[in-house]
Write a protein that binds this ligand. Structure first.
Ligand code: CP
Ligand code: NVA
Length: 335
């Protein structure tokens, strides 16, 4: 069984299939609503951190597909505190068909997945945010009709969102420039993993010069300077990040046709200004809406492959069963 924990776990063909499925499900939803592919199915959503988009888009995705979603707040589940991920996964599997979890430590989602008999989706960890990454590439694809060869510039903190963008760039063939202050640049292990994933073809460069990073970019991306869990560093971070703010002046160095993306929530006046967030190049809200469509594609892909595995297992069990019945019958006939 395959979980959705990292973009890097899937081939670029699989990821393209998911993007195309997202486009189809979006069109279907807008035209006549989605078919009830998830009738009788339920998703458990386990959160260690707050959320607007992830929670609501998954909940509505399940509703549109005819299924049901349960929100489990940080207080009630106590993942890793009240109960281990290993136990939670096996208990939930007795009640629901899929788990989506948002955790602090990436190890927590790995533990859930390792023990879970049902598919697990990563709804953000301190390491990555693959559902966001798929949404972002869906949004870019819709805008440009292609991904290969585009230039994405990421400005700000090299965080979980950037990890997934880099893995996606490796799979979809974009060039990435990262503008981050020293000390907040991508970890060598993340860059090595993205390069390895692309078979060495990923064109990625890191600079502490925001203008050099954004020069000529087709897509400009930024995110909060202080991610959830890093609140104690807020003031220290406010000292080093201002030159990387995506404002009209910095944006003027990108291509004229450039679009601006932000996973949200935005800290207006910090990593992005109102003029850019609400300006003509902003795609922030179509991007937020696309969480719904990209995640429907992820859910459907996981459930379909699960159904395929169960069908194969079923036919093997069936054959075994028939064989043992036949053996018994043969023995009886010999007597
Ligand atoms: N972008 C995103 O994941 O938003 P939430 O934290 O509100 O879910
Ligand atoms: N980097 C941000 C993303 C929020 C969706 C965080 O982890 O808080």
């Amino acid at each position: 069984m395959k979980h959705f924990l990292e973009i890097a776990d899937w081939t670029s063909d699989d990821l393209w299939d998911m993007l195309r499925l997202a486009v189809a499900l979006k069109a279907e939803y807008r035209k006549r609503g989605n078919a009830p592919l998830f009738a009788g199915k339920a998703l458990a959503m386990v959160f260690q951190k707050p959320s607007l988009r992830t929670r609501v888009s998954f909940e509505m995705a399940m509703q549109h597909l005819g299924g049901h979603a349960l929100y489990l707040s940080p207080q009630e589940i106590g993942l890793g505190k009240r109960e281990s991920g290993a136990d939670i996964a096996r208990v939930l599997a007795g009640y629901v068909d899929i788990i989506m979890a948002r955790t602090f430590a990436h190890q927590h989602i790995l533990d859930l997945a390792q023990w879970s008999p049902i598919p697990v989706i990563n709804g953000l960890t301190d390491y990555n945010h693959p559902c966001q990454g798929m949404t972002d590439y869906l949004t870019i694809y819709e805008e440009f009709g292609q991904l290969d060869g585009l230039h994405l510039a990421y400005l700000g903190d090299s965080n979980n969102v950037l990890t997934s963008l880099l893995m996606g760039a490796a799979q979809f063939g974009l060039k990435v420039t990262v503008g981050s202050p020293a000390g907040y640049q991508p970890k060598p292990a993340v860059l090595d993993a993205a390069r390895a994933l692309s078979g060495g073809s990923l064109d990625v460069s890191i600079t502490d010069d925001p203008v050099a990073a954004i020069e000529g970019a087709d897509v400009v991306y930024t995110d909060t300077w202080t991610s959830m869990g890093q609140e104690a560093e807020t003031e220290q971070r406010r000292l080093v990040f201002p030159p990387f703010q995506v404002n009209e002046d910095l944006l003027s160095h990108a291509a004229d046709h450039a679009i601006v993306l932000h996973c949200l929530p935005a800290h207006r006046g910090e990593e992005i200004t109102d003029a850019v967030a609400d300006g003509p190049q902003s795609r922030l809200f179509p991007q937020a809406e696309n969480r719904l469509h990209a995640q429907k594609a992820i859910l459907v892909t996981l459930v379909n492959q699960e159904a395929g595995t169960m069908a194969k297992k079923g036919s093997k069990d069936d054959k075994k069963d028939k064989k043992s019945k036949k053996d018994k019958k043969d023995k009886k006939d010999k007597k």
